[in-house]
Design a protein around this ligand. Structure first.
Ligand SMILES: NC(=O)c1ccc[n+]([C@@H]2O[C@H](COP(=O)([O-])OP(=O)(O)OC[C@H]3O[C@@H](n4cnc5c(N)ncnc54)[C@H](O)[C@@H]3O)[C@@H](O)[C@H]2O)c1
Length: 253
């Protein structure tokens, strides 16, 4: 085992908790962190799928354990974390999106449920994790390029902008403990989150991506792999866009 994968206090493999890790981006992150040598707890609201995927990865020789966890349930988060020797890395990936809703038709309940998972859920998990996190710890929050703005998605945009705001505040508070807090902002990624779009709408959206297609979840996992590593100690309070550069502007005419 290399120094990069060890918890300096215990000498054991660094432990990472990933939320929403039964599929999509979260599953790719869990697998990548395990390939990086970390001991990974892949959690998801869908515990059955999380356990099944963890078993599949263990069969490949990777240190991945599955766990059922709804990020909105603080008691369950506490109970799970109490079973872990340490939490060196936490990746708040669990999130929900929705079909497009014009702002004038958006009701407060939809906004509340979006905030409940995307903001409050990641707040609960991050807070419980950093209470147990040693020096050198890493918090990575999965935001979205969408936080910059987007029609028909005020509730999603607001939830992800709030996540970025929280990252910036946490980064300042936690740097004195040697813990970094960063966000990854994906563009369009090929996961089941896109299932809400009709094929026509999906094609139209993909054509607007610089690559002309949705990215693979692995591209996000690669960015998380860096931010979660000891090599990223000087990155703090940042948003790393992984979107082919669409966030910096449209192509020339
Ligand atoms: N797919 C994209 O285009 C895209 C783009 C930008 C950002 N993101 C963000 O990436 C993250 C992962 O999305 P994805 O595309 O892999 O979506 P996905 O729907 O495929 O996976 C999301 C996972 O989160 C889990 N989950 C949902 N609510 C939960 C809760 N309350 N507690 C625990 N787990 C819960 C689901 O069971 C699912 O396994 C999300 O935060 C999403 O907002 C996705």
């Amino acid at each position: 085992m290399t120094m990069a994968t060890e918890n300096s206090a215990s000498g054991h493999a660094r432990c990472a908790v990933v939320t929403g890790a039964a599929r999509g981006i979260g599953l790719a992150i869990a697998e990548q962190l395990a390939r990086d040598g970390l001991s990974v707890v892949a959690t998801d609201r869908d515990g059955e799928l999380a356990h099944a995927e963890a078993e599949r990865l263990r069969a490949q020789g990777l240190a991945v354990q599955g766990a059922a966890l709804d990020v909105q349930d603080r008691a369950a988060v506490r109970a799970l974390f109490a079973t872990l020797p340490a939490i060196d890395v936490v990746v708040n990936n669990a999130g929900i999106a929705s079909t497009m809703i014009p702002f004038r038709e958006l009701d407060a309940d939809r906004l509340r449920s979006m905030m409940g998972v995307n903001l409050l859920g990641s707040f609960i998990v991050a807070q419980e994790a950093v209470r147990r996190m040693p020096e050198g710890g890493r918090v990575v929050q999965i935001a979205s390029r969408g936080y910059l703005g987007g029609a028909g998605a005020a509730h999603y945009v607001a939830s992800k902008a709030a996540v970025v705001g929280m990252v910036r505040a946490m980064a300042i508070e936690l740097r004195w403990r040697g813990i970094t807090v960063n966000a990854v902002a994906p563009g369009m990624v090929d996961t089941r989150m896109l299932e809400g779009y009709t094929p026509e709408m999906r094609r139209a959206l993909e054509q607007r991506e610089p690559a002309g297609a949705a990215a693979s979840p692995q591209t996000i996992a690669d960015a998380v792999s860096f931010l979660a590593s000891p090599r990223a100690g000087q990155c703090n309070g940042q948003v790393l866009f992984v979107d082919g550069g669409k966030s910096v502007g449209m192509p020339p005419l």
